[in-house]
Design a protein around this ligand. Structure first.
Ligand SMILES: [Zn+2]
Length: 87
């Protein structure tokens, strides 16, 4: 009788530990996403895919692999010559 109770308590403790671990992992996952978004927002200047210069405004194109590339005004004709899709 006593051993049954201790097994039940033991299982309860294990279940609680698993639950607290899972909920902590979930919480830390939720934290990661906003931090990444914040970082993306902070870097207002983006580098041109071709000349790597950092400019305020980039024109975005999709290449044949579906990859998005950003080009500055100087490199824009270069992207248009390759018949890339303007986004
Ligand atoms: Zn450029």
């Amino acid at each position: 009788m006593t051993s049954t109770i201790s097994i039940v308590i033991g299982l309860g403790v294990i279940a609680f530990l698993i639950y607290s671990f899972v909920s902590r992992a979930k919480r830390s996952n939720f934290k990661v996403t906003p931090i990444n978004r914040k970082r993306l927002g902070q870097s207002s200047k983006q580098a041109c895919t071709y000349c790597k210069r950092k400019v305020d405004q980039l024109s975005f194109y999709a290449d044949r692999q579906g990859k998005v590339i950003g080009v500055c005004n100087t490199c824009k004709p270069q992207a248009e010559r390759q018949a890339l899709l303007r986004i």
